[in-house]
Design a protein around this ligand. Structure first.
Ligand SMILES: [Zn+2]
Length: 213
C-alpha cells in the first residue's frame, strides 16, 4: 500500500503501528515504546486521503472518529511526527511535509469543535439547599447556613460548566462519567471533576475554551 511506503520513508526515528481499514497491521518506523502506539483507520477512503491530503484529512478524521489512536495520545503521536519532520534528509518531501505541518497547525492552533455550532454545549444544574451541608459555588466555599445536597460537593456552577464542556465535545454528561452510585465520588470537590474532564479532553485533542458565558 502506498500510504505504508510513504509513512515508512517518513518515520525513521521512533514509530507506531498502523492498522488499515482491513485490519492489517504495519510497523511504521521503529517504535520505541514496548507497547507501541496504534493508529487505526476505520474508513477505507482514508488510505488515499491521508496519502494525498494529510493536511485536509488528518484532523477531520481524528475529530470524526474515523482515525483512532490507541496506546498513546494525540500529543505523543504529533511529537513523533515532529521529530521526523525535523530531520534534514527528508526535505525531498517538501510539499507533503508542509502539508503535514499544516495538519499539526490545524490541530494545535484552532479546533473545528469550537468553531462548529453543532458543538456548542449547554449545561444547567439544580441542587436542593439543606442544613448541615457546605455551600460551594464555582469552586468557592460560601459562608451560609444552608448548603447544597448532592453526592459530590454539589457545586451547581461547576456542574453546569462541566456538563456544557462535555456536551460540546460530545462526551456524554457528568452523571455518566461520575456516577452518584460510585463511592469514589462521594463528597468529591467538583473542581476535581472538572479537572478530570479537562485532562480527558487534553489527552484526546487540543481544546481551547474560547468563550464561556
Ligand atoms: Zn450537580
Amino acid at each position: 500500500m502506498k500510504l505504508i511506503n510513504f509513512l515508512n520513508d517518513l518515520f525513521k526515528e521512533d514509530g507506531f503501528i498502523l492498522i488499515d481499514y482491513n485490519s492489517n497491521r504495519y510497523v511504521i518506523g521503529k517504535p520505541l515504546k514496548e507497547i507501541p502506539m496504534e493508529l487505526q483507520l476505520l474508513d477505507k477512503s482514508l488510505h488515499k486521503k491521508l496519502l494525498f491530503h494529510p493536511d485536509l484529512y488528518f484532523g477531520e478524521a481524528y475529530t470524526n472518529g474515523s482515525l483512532r489512536l490507541k496506546n498513546g495520545t494525540l500529543t505523543e503521536f504529533l511529537d513523533i511526527a515532529f521529530k521526523n519532520i525535523g530531520r534534514a534528509d527528508i526535505n525531498i518531501y517538501g510539499k507533503t511535509l508542509n502539508k503535514i505541518k499544516g495538519t499539526l497547525k490545524y490541530l494545535t492552533s484552532f479546533n473545528k469543535i469550537v468553531k462548529s455550532k453543532q458543538n456548542v454545549g449547554i449545561g444547567f444544574d439544580v441542587h436542593r439547599l439543606v442544613p448541615n451541608r457546605k455551600l460551594y459555588l464555582a469552586g468557592l466555599k460560601i459562608k451560609s447556613k444552608l448548603g447544597t445536597l448532592g453526592h459530590s460537593d454539589g457545586d451547581p456552577v461547576l456542574h453546569s460548566i462541566t456538563d456544557a464542556i462535555l456536551g460540546a465535545c460530545q462526551m456524554g454528561d457528568i452523571g455518566q462519567l461520575f456516577s452518584d452510585k460510585n463511592k469514589k465520588f462521594k463528597n468529591i470537590r467538583s473542581t476535581i471533576l472538572l479537572q478530570k474532564v479537562i485532562e480527558k479532553i487534553n489527552n484526546g485533542i487540543m481544546f481551547h475554551l474560547i468563550k464561556m458565558h
